[in-house]
Design a protein around this ligand. Structure first.
Ligand code: GMT
Length: 376
């Protein structure tokens, strides 16, 4: 198949899923065309089946806001037409689903009826799409896609409860590449971070408010009183400065390190003992899945799709959003030497259920079913 993939090219989860999906589809013999405003972050190699098309926006002085949606739609028309794509798969509803609709209408004038698939990722529904100005746009984009998927059952339900949806939404869970995310032997690295054999706690995100990074710092201050431990904070974003100040105020600087954005996150996860995800909203929690694949149990909130991934009492624990004391209690339990190996094995076992080799064929089948339906 010739597949066009539209996504945000940054460190955000939707872009990561879209890029990994494209890579896996290419590996399986499909021709994949990425259409984005810059090179996707995890697309840093050559593959004969992968093509990249940059969306260029003219910056005429008249524009306070350059017309990205139009430029994207124009690029979609161009790539569908000249690369002869079979299907267009857009990730994140805003504005990708509506740009795809526009491209589809233009292509119809050229005698091409391109199937458009929209995958909902989370904040497009739970935060950004809830803006009254964007609600009709998201509703329109979803209802006018030829196929719609959501990355968890919770996100599917949330979408149906929030918008007037007339289309079906299929759940296809996020996935992990187990050939990249596995526990690597990095003893030297571990002894550098934890010279006295402390336990290592890790968080990775884009440090947006919705991630409640402050809860992690507060929880760590208490965990460390009971369990000798270190905390590694991976990623960067609007909350980072405030979090560094919080660490200084709580006198934690010796034990907390902010290491910024890191592409090779699997190296850190390979030496971690616990992953923390206290988010206020989380449609799935891809970073938690990647941690679990590296045998790292997860302490998370019980929000969104997290309960569909993290099994309470088996692969970690779930707490109410903001219930720091519960998270502390659970973390201390998991970190006990007699419990940790069991939680680690359970985390890996659970992650294997989200193996890329199981999930990517579901997307291929979904594409084929939509194409078949449209051919009738
Ligand atoms: O929250 C983020 O890290 C970014 C956001 C995105 O759309 O880029 O992530 C969402 O999509 C991920 C991939 O499907 C999910 O794993 C995240 O749970 C989801 N984030 C939220 O719902 C807050």
């Amino acid at each position: 198949m010739k597949i066009g993939i539209v996504c945000y090219p940054t460190f955000g989860g939707s872009g990561v899923v879209a890029t990994e999906l494209g890579k896996a589809l290419a590996q399986r013999g499909n021709e994949v065309h990425f259409i984005t405003y810059s090179q996707p972050i995890r697309l840093d190699f050559f593959n004969e089946n992968i093509f990249y098309h940059e969306v260029n926006i003219s910056n005429y002085p008249l524009f306070e806001y350059p017309p990205y949606e139009s430029a994207l739609a124009g690029k979609m028309v161009d790539v569908v037409k000249y690369a002869k794509l079979d299907i267009l798969h857009v990730h994140y509803a805003i504005p990708h689903a509506t740009s795809a609709f526009l491209a589809k209408q233009i292509l119809k004038l050229h005698g091409i009826n391109i199937p458009v698939i929209t995958t909902l990722h989370g904040t497009d529904i739970s935060i950004v799409g809830r803006d009254p100005a964007l609600n009709p746009i998201v509703t329109f984009g979803i209802n006018n896609s030829d196929g719609v998927t959501a990355v968890s059952e919770d996100l599917r339900k949330d979408t149906l409860n929030t918008f007037k949806i007339t289309n079906e939404i299929e759940v296809i869970y996020n996935f992990v590449d187990l050939t990249r995310f596995y526990k690597q032997k990095k003893d030297h690295f571990k002894s550098l971070i934890c010279p006295n054999n402390e336990k290592l706690l890790v968080h990775a995100s884009n440090f947006r408010k919705v991630k409640r990074v402050g809860d992690i710092i507060q929880a760590f201050a208490k965990i460390r009183q009971e369990v000798p431990s270190k905390l590694l904070m991976v990623g960067d974003g609007e909350e980072r400065q405030k979090m560094e100040e919080l660490c200084r105020n709580l006198d934690l600087c010796e034990d907390v390190r902010f290491i910024g954005k890191l592409d090779a996150i699997e190296e850190v996860l390979s030496v971690a003992d616990l992953f923390l995800m206290p988010s206020e909203k989380e449609s799935f929690g891809l970073a938690a899945l990647e941690a679990m694949a590296c045998e790292v149990p997860v302490i998370s909130s019980n929000i969104g799709g997290l309960a569909e991934l993290n099994i309470h009492g088996e692969t970690g624990f779930l707490s109410n959003v903001g219930d720091i004391d519960d998270m502390v209690k659970n973390a201390i339990f998991v970190l006990k030497d007699e419990n940790l190996p069991v939680f680690k094995q359970n985390a890996l076992k659970r992650a294997k259920q989200f193996d890329l080799n199981l999930i990517v064929p579901k997307y291929e089948s979904f594409y084929k079913s939509i194409m078949k339906k449209m051919a009738k």
